[in-house]
Design a protein around this ligand. Structure first.
Ligand code: SAM
Length: 219
């Protein structure tokens, strides 16, 4: 579950949320509807403080063009799109019509639908079909963990110099520390973390938000 930063006590998380800007009704309703419709998958959604952070970062950077890999029911895409100017764009990549049909409804409610271009296809195909040019100011990667190195390699050349990448779940629910954990998803995250660290095109910091969030700046 990544609905709260995982290595905080519940009390400290409650305090953190209470002392951050309030989360509006659209996102509260989206989180509740996602829990109701997809209880087994709802934990994939980012939490409130991560959403606020992503909106703030998008705005602080003055980002106009953003790509998201892994949209689900739309929480993170709304947080990114809200940080954009009214003529900004968010390219959203996912494979699920069912999950993103919920996202489409909430994009309308949030007033950001006109900024979002949803592509339903394996994200690696969507990304590789784009011109290899600095199209994006900011990228957010949050899809299948085995694909992270591939997404990174597809995205880094398409982010402008001085732009940024955010990559979710880089602690793999603390399993990165446990050598007994050898599932493809955990190993995918370990491989990704080593890969990003060694990449001289970027400078990287892992933030303890949610389930670990890498923030990388493209040199
Ligand atoms: C962790 S969830 C994304 C959560 C979302 N960022 C949020 O905050 O609500 C991962 C998403 O990646 C999508 N996904 C999985 N494999 C994919 C692939 N190969 N290409 C594109 N999307 C994929 C899933 O359908 C799912 O919606």
């Amino acid at each position: 579950m990544t609905r709260s930063s995982e290595n905080l006590s519940p009390e400290l998380h409650e305090y953190l949320v209470a002392h951050s800007s309030p989360v509006d009704e659209v996102l509260v309703d989206l989180a509740a509807e996602t829990r109701r419709l997809f209880p087994a998958s709802a934990g994939m959604q980012i939490g409130p403080e991560q959403g606020l952070f992503m909106t703030a970062l998008t705005r602080l950077m003055g980002a106009r063009d953003v790509v998201e890999v892994g949209t689900f029911t739309g929480y993170s895409s709304i947080c990114l799109a809200r940080g954009l100017p009214s003529d900004g764009t968010l390219l959203a990549c996912d494979v699920s019509e069912e999950w993103t049909s919920v996202a489409r409804r909430y994009w309308q409610r949030a007033g950001v639908a006109d900024r979002i271009d949803l592509r339903i296809a394996p994200a690696i195909e969507t990304l590789r079909a784009l011109p290899e040019e600095p199209l994006f100011d900011l990228a957010f990667i949050d899809a299948d963990k085995e694909g992270y190195v591939g997404y990174w390699e597809a995205v880094v050349p398409r982010v402008r110099s001085g732009g940024a990448l955010l990559v979710d779940n880089v602690f793999s629910h603390n399993r990165v520390l446990d050598p007994a954990q050898t599932s493809p998803a955990v190993q995918g995250i370990r491989d990704f973390n080593a890969h990003a660290l060694a990449d001289e095109r970027t400078e990287t910091v892992l933030l303890p938000i949610g389930d670990g969030l890498t923030l990388a700046r493209k040199r």
